[in-house]
Design a protein around this ligand. Structure first.
Ligand SMILES: Cc1cc2nc3c(=O)[nH]c(=O)nc-3n(C[C@H](O)[C@H](O)[C@H](O)COP(=O)(O)OP(=O)(O)OC[C@H]3O[C@@H](n4cnc5c(N)ncnc54)[C@H](O)[C@@H]3O)c2cc1C
Length: 310
């Protein structure tokens, strides 16, 4: 363990005790189920924990990454040589006030959609089958069926590790765009508020069932994956471009382009993160050669990779 890691560990232990873990396996915390361990790992339960994390990162000059449900990340085979934070149960809550719901960052998005349904509020049906935490969904501006989180989010509650300060960012300042938001790399989304509208619960249920059924029909849900690997280029679909270029079924080691959905990469048992990245670059090259389009990855890489996507 490096000096920086040792220093960070001792600062974290003083505040969080045995909850600080070293060499903690990350693969089970990701939907890809691959990748190495976190050198340091903590599930913050309160702002006190986040203050300690900020202090550790600042004093030890240590890289830090926040993960949610791990459904849009690929962790390097060697893992992450820094601190990984994953908001704990203390951040799993939701409270309704009129047509607004405020929820903590570790609240699963499908559960939040369920809370909205229980209050006869419409606007979150699209998220009922997106395997995200609310914090990760805000960071990614997750969306489906032509809707996205930016349409309903009113404000985002951040804790900035660098300054160890909490602040509330109104939606206009969050810089939401397609599958992205302008939030500082050291900003933890600890909560958010959505504004919804009243509706008939039977109609909300119908939209949710439609969303679930569409997924079962179109996505390889039984195999480990990270959802869409590439962002859709303007006016087109990454899956269409990959199929047209003959990428469906392409594989590297244990990673293969899904036969069910060309913008999904599925990982067989024993697949390595390096297989996935190599396949990502192969697909990018194939599509660029066929149609001249550069496919930008949607999946976020965690840790060091010898080969990087283009
Ligand atoms: C089967 C499947 C289907 C999917 N379908 C969709 C879909 O329809 N639409 C869609 O948009 N996405 C989809 N995804 C991708 C994924 O669910 C979304 O990107 C989701 O928003 C990721 O949330 P997460 O909590 O898993 O974040 P993670 O994957 O853990 O992290 C994603 C990014 O957000 C950051 N992050 C996570 N939590 C926080 C936090 N609290 N504060 C600050 N930063 C944070 C991470 O550092 C990382 O950069 C799918 C994935 C799978 C596996």
């Amino acid at each position: 363990m490096s000096d920086a890691l040792r220093r960070a560990e001792s600062i974290l232990r003083a505040a969080c005790g045995e909850r600080v873990r070293t060499g903690f396996p990350l693969a089970p915390l990701t939907s890809f189920r691959i990748g190495g361990p976190a050198a340091l790992y903590l599930e913050p339960e309160s702002e006190r924990d986040l203050v300690a994390a900020g202090e550790a990162v600042r004093q030890a000059d240590l890289p830090v990454v926040v993960i949610g449900k791990g459904s849009n990340i690929l962790v390097a085979d060697r893992g992450f040589e820094g601190l990984v934070l994953r908001l704990g149960r203390g951040y799993r809550w939701a409270a309704r006030s009129g047509d607004r719901i405020t929820a903590g960052g570790s609240m699963p998005l499908p559960a939040l959609a369920g809370v909205a349904l229980s209050h006869a509020l419409t606007g979150l049906e699209f998220g009922v089958a997106i395997p995200a935490s609310f914090g990760g969904a805000i960071r990614m501006n997750a969306g489906a069926h032509g809707r996205e989180l930016a349409e309903v989010v009113e404000s985002v509650d951040l804790f900035e590790l660098g300054t160890q300060a909490a602040r509330v960012v109104p939606v206009a300042e969050a810089g939401f765009r397609y599958r992205n938001a302008d939030l500082a790399a050291d900003a933890v989304v600890v909560a958010g508020t959505v504004r919804l509208a009243s509706a008939d619960t039977s109609e909300i249920r119908r939209l949710m069932e439609e969303a679930r059924e569409w997924r079962r029909r179109t996505q390889p849900l039984a195999e480990p994956n990270c959802g869409s690997v590439f962002k859709n280029p303007p006016g087109d679909h990454a899956a269409r471009l990959i199929e047209e270029a003959g990428g469906k079924g392409l594989s590297v080691g244990g990673a293969a382009v899904s036969a069910k959905h060309a913008n999904f990469i599925v990982a067989a048992e024993g697949a390595k993160a390096s297989d996935v990245v190599e396949l990502v670059t192969k697909v990018q090259d194939l599509v660029a050669a066929r149609s001249g389009v550069h496919l930008e990855p949607e999946v976020h890489l965690v840790g060091h990779f010898d080969l990087a996507p283009r």
